[in-house]
Design a protein around this ligand. Structure first.
Ligand code: 1PZ
Length: 215
C-alpha cells in the first residue's frame, strides 16, 4: 500500500535530497534543504524516543522556515542567498543580541547549518569506520568538533547522554536501509561531497555577511 511505502525509509534518498539543493549558479534552495532535514528527522525518530528532544528542536526550526516560505514574502525565501539579502536589506535580523526578530530565517537556518557540519563529520567517520567502531564515540567526536561549541553545558550534557544509547554500528547500518555495509560506505562516499559543498557555500555566504554568530 501507499502508506507502507511511505513508511519505508532509506537514508540514500534523504541524502540525495541534498543533491537537489544546489541551483546551477550554486545557490541553495531552502525548500530542498528543509526536505533533507525532514528526512533526517524521520531517521532520528526511528532510532527511538530518547532523541525526541533533538528532533523536536529540528522540527521547530524547519517549521519556522516553512512559514516564511509559505508567507506573503515567500518568494524571497527561495534560496539561502535570496533570504540573506532580503532579511538584511529589510532589517529583519537581530545581529548582536536578541530583539524584535528572535526567529529570523537567517538565525534559524544557521542552527541547521551548524548541525549539517556535525552530520558531515559524523557520516565521514561512519564511512571510514571498522566493524568494531562505536557509533556513540563517532557521534560524540563529531559533535565536540562542531555543534558543541555553540551549545550551553546543559544541552551538551543531554546530547552526550543521548549518544550513549545510540544503536551499535551493525544496527545503525540496518536502520539506514541502504544495503550491505559495503553499499552503505559507497553511498556515503557519493553523498558526502554534496553535503560538504552545500555546507561550504552556506558557510562562505554567512561569513561574507558576518552572520556566523547570530544570537
Ligand atoms: C544520530 C544521532 C543524532 C545526534 C544528533 C546530534 C546533534 C545533537 C544536538 C542536540 C541539540 C538539542 C536540543 C536543542 C538545542 C538548541 O538549543 C540548539 C540551538 O538553537 P537555539 O536554542 O539557538 O534556538 N539547536 C540546534 O543546535 C539545532 C540542532 C538540530 C539537530 C538536528 C539533528 C538531526 C540529526 C539527524 C540524524 C541523522
Amino acid at each position: 500500500s501507499v502508506a507502507a511505502e511511505e513508511q519505508k525509509f532509506c537514508l540514500r534518498e534523504v541524502l540525495d535530497t541534498f543533491k537537489s539543493c544546489l541551483s546551477e549558479n550554486k545557490e541553495v534552495y531552502i525548500e530542498h534543504y528543509i526536505a533533507g532535514w525532514r528526512g533526517l528527522v524521520r531517521f532520528l525518530n526511528s532510532l527511538g524516543s530518547v532523541f525526541s528532544f533533538i528532533s523536536k528542536d529540528a522540527v521547530n526550526k524547519i517549521q519556522i522556515l516553512v512559514n516564511y516560505i509559505n508567507g506573503e514574502n515567500g518568494s524571497h525565501y527561495a534560496t539561502i542567498q535570496s533570504m540573506v539579502k532580503y532579511e538584511l536589506e529589510n532589517g529583519l535580523v537581530d545581529l548582536n543580541k536578541r530583539g524584535s526578530h528572535p526567529e529570523s530565517g537567517c538565525r534559524t537556518l544557521l542552527r541547521l547549518h551548524r548541525a549539517l557540519r556535525w552530520l558531515e563529520l559524523f557520516l565521514e567517520r561512519l564511512r571510514t569506520s571498522t566493524e568494531d567502531s562505536k557509533t556513540s564515540v563517532m557521534c560524540a567526536e563529531a559533535y565536540n568538533e562542531s555543534l558543541a561549541q555553540h551549545h550551553p553545558w546543559v544541552v551538551r550534557k543531554a546530547a552526550g547522554m543521548a549518544f550513549c544509547v545510540l544503536p551499535g554500528r551493525p544496527t545503525f547500518f540496518e536502520v539506514m536501509n541502504v544495503g550491505t555495509p559495503e553499499q552503505v560506505v559507497a553511498m556515503l562516499g557519493d553523498a558526502l561531497p554534496l553535503i560538504s559543498e552545500v555546507y561550504q557555500i552556506t558557510e562562505e555566504l554567512y561569513s561574507q555577511h558576518n552572520l556566523l554568530q547570530l544570537p
